[in-house]
Design a protein around this ligand. Structure first.
Ligand SMILES: Nc1ncnc2c1ncn2[C@@H]1O[C@H](COP(=O)(O)OP(=O)(O)OP(=O)(O)O)[C@@H](O)[C@H]1O
Ligand SMILES: [Mg+2]
Length: 232
């Protein structure tokens, strides 16, 4: 299944957006590797390019130049369909605003990414239930998002990211919409998932969140300016 080498290998990645005929560079020659089991925070001020980089890591977009090997595969060479299926297999997304579908129950939300895996309804149900159990929300599985607190909604989103056990959990400001205490609980859960072997990448501008990761990559004006291990 897996080639030897890092889970993520990014080399000389650059990306720009065309604005009024001029290209504004947002990522500039970014290079780094992330290994299986790491817990990395990507930090930087607003507008520094964090979400743009997340889109690349998450195979939601392809950079203008550079290379990106995900689990040994060059993402640049994949067609739209292959890209979508790699994304579904390899990456569980956690967003600031949870991105749950309001008309679906917690269980149905968690099942959603599994539909593309060609699993039976029965298999999906079991996997969704297991994932909700992992985040301690089994007894809320029939609730809709509006019937859950913010922290519970984010836990449903974490369950959705976990279901199908993709190797990477990719979170963009996962505590950004939560109060301090609930945010700390969500971070605790993310830490536990890393301790269980999940590779975690958290994008944040919050230094307290970043301090909980084992490694910090700092982006400034689209440039990787720091890459260090956290002492703790
Ligand atoms: N689709 C787009 N078209 C044009 N410019 C864009 C686009 N997406 C992002 N940008 C610009 O790229 C730069 C980096 O944006 P990005 O969203 O990656 O920053 P960020 O570090 O995630 O910021 P924040 O902390 O505020 O979320 C910004 O100057 C932004 O205006
Ligand atoms: Mg952002």
């Amino acid at each position: 299944m897996t080639a030897s080498g890092p889970l993520i290998q990014i080399r000389d990645m650059s990306h720009g957006y065309k604005m009024a005929g001029e290209t504004m560079m947002v990522l500039k020659d970014i290079s780094f590797d992330i290994d299986y089991g790491e817990f990395v925070a990507i930090i930087g001020p607003s507008g520094s390019g964090k979400s743009t980089l997340m889109n690349m890591i998450g195979c939601l977009d392809i950079s203008n130049s550079g290379s990106y090997l995900l689990d040994g595969q060059e993402v640049r060479k994949l067609s739209g369909n292959r890209l979508a299926s790699i994304r579904n297999e390899k990456i569980g997304f956690i967003f600031q605003n949870f991105n749950l579908l309001p008309k679906l129950s917690a269980a149905e939300n968690v099942e959603l990414p599994l539909i593309y895996r060609g699993l039976s309804a029965r298999e999906r149900k079991v996997m969704a239930q297991e994932a909700l159990q992992k985040v301690g929300l089994e007894e809320r599985m029939h609730h809709r998002p509006s019937e859950l607190s913010g922290g519970q909604q984010q836990r449903v989103a974490i369950a959705r990211a976990l279901a199908g056990t993709p190797p990477i959990l990719l979170a963009d400001e996962p505590t950004g919409a939560l109060d301090t205490r609930t945010g700390a609980e969500v971070m605790q859960m993310i830490k536990e998932l890393n301790a269980q072997g999940h590779t975690v990448i958290v994008i944040t501008h919050d230094l307290e969140i970043a301090a909980q990761a084992k490694r910090i990559i700092r982006i400034q004006d689209g440039v990787l300016v720091e890459d260090r291990r956290n002492a703790g």
